[in-house]
Each structure stands twice: as C-alpha cells, then as structure tokens.
Design a protein around this ligand. Sequence first.
Ligand SMILES: [Mg+2]
Length: 229
Amino acid sequence: MARDRTHQDAAEGADHDGAFILGVDLDGVCGDHEAAFRSVVAAELNVDPATLGPQESWDYHAWGVDDEAFMRIHRKAVLEYRMFRTMPVLDGVAEALWRLSDAGVWIRLITHRLYANWGHQVAVSDTVAWLDEHGIPYRDLCLLGNKPQVEANAYVEDAPHNVEALRATGNPVIVFDQPYNRSLGGLRASTWAEVEEIVLDLVVAAGTSVQGQFTGVEDPTGRLRSGGG
Ligand SMILES: [Mg+2]
C-alpha cells in the first residue's frame, strides 16, 4: 500500500539548499477572503451579500465599513465566525501546489494573519486545520505580523503594498489577480494553472532543475486526507 504523505513527511530531512522557494500568501491567493468577509459583513450589517459589490479597493469603505468598523467586524469574523476555518478555497490551489512540490519547489506559506494582538490561538489553529482540510502542501508556514522579506525565490501575493515592497527589494512577485490590484504591472496570474506555469518558467530561468512528477498519483489533494499509511 502506498504510503500517504503528510506535512511531516514533506518536511522530513528538510534542507532547502538549492531548492527554489516559492512564498505563497493565503488570503486572496489560496483562500477567497473576499467571499468569506463579504458574508460576515452582510450578516453584521444585516444586508443581502449580493448588495456588497466586488472589493475594488484594499479597504472596505464601499461596503459601508470604515476602518474602525473593520477592526470590530474582522475580529468577530476570526473569533466568532471562524473565518480562517471556513473560508472557501480558490480553485486548483492544492493540485497546483502539489505538482510544484513534486517538481522540487519548496512551498513556503506566508500569511499576515497575526497583525492584531488578539486571537492568535484561533487564527493559527484554524489556519492549520483549513490547510489540512483542503490538502494544501507546505514545508514552512510563516505567520507574520508585518510581512518582511522571508527569503523566497519568488512570491505569489495579492496585496498591492506587499507586492510593491517585495518588488522594491528585487523579488519576483506574481500578482494573484484581484479587483483591488489591477493597477499593478508585471507578472500576473488569474488562476492557479497560470501561477504554476509562471513558477515553472521562473524555476527554469533560475537554473534550478525541475523534477518529473510522480506517476500513478491521481488525486494529489487527497494525499493529506486519506489517512492510514
Ligand atoms: Mg493576501
């Protein structure tokens, strides 16, 4: 019986010397933060979610949520609605990341979810449970307040200020397309298939070898869920 893989297996003998490290953001890149937060805002303001349009700017003023209300509603979203546990996953994330991981890319998840001084236990445990549920592979998980340079070879990111900060220090950043980041130029992907294609090009350009995929693996995302071993 084939041995099922776990995060621990992925990290076993972990030595990223020479590996191409891909820094992957979570909110707005792996998870549909906009959809999750829209449903919380709609419930809190007692309006139909359909009346809250696409999030076209980084703040939520167009939804009638000023910065003060944002802090209050966001706290409730994390602690009461358990948004980090229930957020919809974006299409194809786990499949693409497993294929990249199998090709030798080191997956380093980087998230900004600890920016407030409350709720760290819920934020961290819900994040890890969510990653397991959706079969998303990773070798490192960086839970950061502010997002510094975390030594990856390339990044996938949706937040305009993070994209600009990373690019300012010379890092290749793939902008994960969202309505609020369309003014940014450079590398851009609208789907995880596009992310995968761009990353493989960057890996080749960096001169790092791309390993062939395992054969006979039909259900990459099931590998973390199938249990046994
Ligand atoms: Mg993000």
